[in-house]
Design a protein around this ligand. Sequence first.
Ligand code: BF8
Ligand code: SF4
Length: 626
Amino acid sequence: MSKTYQTYTITQDGQLMLKKMERDQVETVWDRLQAQLPQCGYCDMGLSCRNCVMGPCRVDPFGEGPQQGVCGADADIIVARNLGRMIAAGAAAHSDHGRDLVEVLAEVAEGRAPGYEIKDEDKLKRVAAEYGVEIEGKDTMQIAGELANGMQEDYGTRKKGVTLINRAPEKRREIWKKLGITPRGIDRETSEMMHRTHMGVDNGWQSLLLHGLRNALSDGWGGSMIATEVSDILFGTPQPTQTSANIGVLKEDHVNIVVHGHNPVVSEMILLACQAPELIKLAEEKGARGINLVGLCCTGNELLMRHGIPMAGNHLMTELVIATGAADLMLVDYQCIMPSLGNIAACYHTRMISTSDKARFPGMEHREFHPDNAVEMARALVQEAVENYTHRGEVYIPVEPIKAMGGFSVEAIVGALGGTPEPLIEAIKEGKIRGIAGVVGCNNPKIKHDYGHVTLTKNLIANDILVGDTGCAAVANAKAGFKVAESIQYAGEGLKEVCGALGIPPVLHMGSCVDNVRILVLASALANALNVDISDLPIAGAAPEWYSEKAVSIGAYFVASGVYTVLGPMPPITGSMNVVNLLTEGLNDVIGATFAVEPDPEKAALLIRRHIENKRETLGLPYLKV
Ligand code: BF8
Ligand code: SF4
């Protein structure tokens, strides 16, 4: 019997591809989820622990079985430790990605990374000045080298605070200081979390959670912020650009190269190679009309933001793209790359290649990219993709792409506003824009694909809330058609008027997941202009379909920065009501913001609207009863 794909995904391309994959007898992430059901209830509640070999242990949520692990850890400790380790893993992933970029910056400065350059010198100088680098009389490469050094220092243990926290409003920094959660070093906080969660170290669930916030802040104002800033310096600060999205961006008559992962270090070089005249000529000789580069997930978002490269899909589309039979090469770097991809590609003609020294996958060839070999490596791989074009079997690209606009860095948003955030502040004060929401994060097969993002976003813009989105949420909203000038038709009257006048869509694509820091920077600019804290602003965050440890870190740094954040899926914390209550209520008195969990996006929209109107009321702005 045919499966009910409408319950899996709201997207037409997703439904049609799933049907094809069923016909091809190829398993997907949804099939594997079914095979895992029912999933472990202890793990789901965060009540299992295998931090040592006296265990594994679990605590009985019904109070009948054991209430402590072998070491004596109770439910509160076990849940808090597990959450802490999720934050540490997420912060490590983002921050290590940032480190890779800093290393490229250092090598560019030393002239050891041919092919890479400093694309945004102004930004280099601005950021270098924040790091206390003397600019006068120095050449670009010297500044780049000193900035890379300063950033590398931020990863260490010898500082009192990572540099870019100075971007946060003073009131926010004071709160961090008072609580003792100012992030000191990027690696330090992750390392300390692993230490604290070892058996017999931090057994205070409150102190564990507070360190969790500090660890997350070391990501948001540290590793991720460095990743975004260095990417802008090396590859250009995004400006509004036209693009398109969904599986229809693949072209039957072109060589299709798909880049998947997160770090633009590889994909930027592939983009250059795709433009090489001799490789385009070779493609033509093979019978193709050209070379078509498309993105998936966040490395796709990086290319989309800076170059308008089309976006083939988000997390849950990554397997489905291969089944088109049109992907001649898929290159992956790291993060969110399902280990299933190599096996799926074996059923089609797609060549799969992993490129990072720290990420290997079954069924993929490994070809390592380093700054010194990137140019030749990229050319060689594009050539291999071209050669694979003639090996295609059946090709199935069932939809037309949807037009979208991307490239809304903070610099671009301020640019669109005429060079100052003032018009946005005025629109918020008048109530034409009620507030701003960041809709971010992943897909998760436990939630109908894209339903959470699209429903929430639609509801928010209809109620005059400007949406900035990133990651897989941003891709969902692009496919839904929310990112063209005409999409103001979905907006409420006030938002429609403001966006119409500025020529921008009501949903602004702000980039990849590390680019969530752009939302922090924008929030800080608004807070500073109003002389208030971030937690006083009518803003909110949401991750309606999150799955990843990185999303836990993002959620935690949003909240620790004062941004009320609504999660779709419940994190594994329900085994401890103490932890649940602290995160969803208690934190308000401590940090001025909380988490909420609401899987129904209509209800999540209501929570966000209510929160925004409450903040408006406190600021003395006209407000509505929601
Ligand atoms: O960093 S949104 S599924 S691709 S974790 Fe992954 Fe989630 Fe997508 Fe990007 Ni972010
Ligand atoms: Fe069990 Fe304690 Fe070891 Fe965890 S740390 S596995 S609860 S003994």
